[in-house]
Write a protein that binds this ligand. Structure first.
Ligand SMILES: *Cc1c(COP(=O)(O)O)cnc(C)c1O
Length: 419
């Protein structure tokens, strides 16, 4: 036993790792391309020491903030970007993008099925104060076909004279559909625009940034939206969200975030810019670590006979890994192992609890430097059928590897797996 891992568990992992070498090499190549993309954008916009200083008060002429937004825009090949600590989380960024670009009488369409849980209240699928529905924005949804394909026929029928914005969620989130590749998103956007060219196509890019060498903005998306406590914050951003896209879309969002007339001109960055810059700089390699972790976990648990989504060999378009244990003890043991491997709060034992908004108890493992950060090694699972755990993150590959081995050790100690 060393650091809580037995030789048997370590060797089991080591054997699987040797088979993964070619895939890890591919991930490193993607990281290299994305690293240079970010670096190139920083150099082109002459990021300087002065950019790391913050402003206070109104935040007029905040060189660092404005330059960072240009860096995001250049990295994602968009006209403009809004990258702010005043955007509190991913849901806020998405709500902002939607509410600022839709007007009463407009219709929102999701052609990829139900959006992320927290968006149900933003849209008004579940009634909520201040939802788009309350402001007279209607909503339509076309589900994916049973095999995961786009239902082109019904998407065509759903697009009408009111359709103003189409929202496409890249990551599967907590559903079982496959995550969309950037190429598939591109095909969908082309189809939508062939029917109605002026429609705004927005992509919920959460968990997808830097997983591929292209982003949805490279294949026609008018806006891509995400959270800085996921991939693009690189683990260093302690808060924030971004919207990158066409100038008009970003301007609408800025007018909504601050005020009509003020837009991007205000919003002091305080002292946060060094973490935003450095986090974005690290994001490609941090995302690569998280991807390796997801693939390693998939292969370990697939080998042991548990259903895993995505499976051990398929290509990846986000950093989330689902493992189905089929019984609560498996979910709990897995989360206990991840928690025990954490740099913060490794001494606590996670327990299932009644989380607001969920219909079953949920267990979470999160020993993160940034509260709730899911680019850091983390796992959670609802204590209900089919007893699946959702696993993501890992700031460094050695730590993520250790966390996964620790989860395996925990399952083994409880007699839930035989190696
Ligand atoms: C995380 C996530 C969100 C919401 O982000 P929060 O920061 O948790 O509010 C939205 N969509 C997807 C696909 C996500 O993964």
């Amino acid at each position: 036993m060393s650091m809580g891992i037995s030789e048997e568990v370590y060797d089991f992992g080591a054997k699987i790792l040797t088979e993964l070498k070619p895939r890890f090499d591919e991930i490193d190549q993607v990281a290299e391309i994305n690293q240079l993309k970010v670096l190139g954008a920083m150099q082109k916009n002459t990021v300087s020491e002065a950019c790391l200083l913050g402003t206070t008060g109104y935040g007029y002429n905040d060189l660092g903030r404005d330059t960072l937004e240009a860096v995001y825009a250049d990295t994602f090949h968009t006209e403009d970007a809004l990258v702010r600590p005043q955007i509190t989380c991913g849901t806020h960024a998405l709500a902002l993008a939607l509410m600022s670009n839709l007007r009463p009488g407009d219709e929102l369409l999701s052609p990829v099925g139900k959006p992320y849980d927290t968006l149900e209240e933003v849209i008004g699928i579940r009634p909520s104060k201040g939802s788009l529905a309350e402001y007279g924005v209607s909503y339509r949804q076309v589900d994916l076909l049973p095999d995961g394909a786009f239902d082109y026929e019904n998407i065509r029928k759903a697009i009408n004279e009111k359709t103003r914005l189409v929202t496409i969620q890249r990551s599967k989130g907590y559903q079982t559909r496959p995550t969309l590749s950037v190429d598939r998103i591109g095909q969908l956007i082309s189809f939508v625009k062939s029917i109605k060219p002026e429609v705004i196509c927005m992509v919920d890019n959460c968990y997808g940034e830097f997983v591929e060498t292209k982003e949805p903005s490279d294949v026609g998306a008018d806006m891509i939206v995400g959270s800085l406590i996921k991939n693009p914050g690189g683990g260093l951003a302690p808060i924030g969200g971004y919207i990158a896209g066409r100038k008009e879309c970003v301007e609408n969002a800025a007018y909504r975030l601050t005020s009509p007339g003020l837009g991007k001109e205000v919003g002091a960055s305080l002292g946060i810019l060094p973490q935003f810059y450095q986090g974005f700089f690290l994001a490609p390699t941090v995302t690569a670590s998280a991807l390796k972790a997801a693939i390693f976990a998939a292969n370990i648990y697939e080998r042991l006979g548990f259903p895993v989504i995505p499976n051990g060999t398929e290509s990846r378009h986000d950093i989330i890994q689902a493992v189905t244990f089929g019984k609560p003890e498996g979910v709990i043991a897995f989360c206990e192992g991840i928690q025990a491997a954490a740099p913060v709060d490794s001494h606590v034992t996670p327990e299932p609890w009644d989380m607001p908004g969920y219909d079953a108890k949920v267990i979470m493992a999160a020993g993160a430097f940034v509260s709730g950060s899911s680019i850091e090694l983390s796992a959670d699972g609802p204590i209900k059928e089919p007893y699946a755990v959702y696993f993501q993150g890992g700031l460094t590959w050695p730590h993520a590897k250790y966390g996964i081995l620790r989860s395996l050790q925990s399952l083994k100690a409880k007699g839930l797996v035989v190696l």
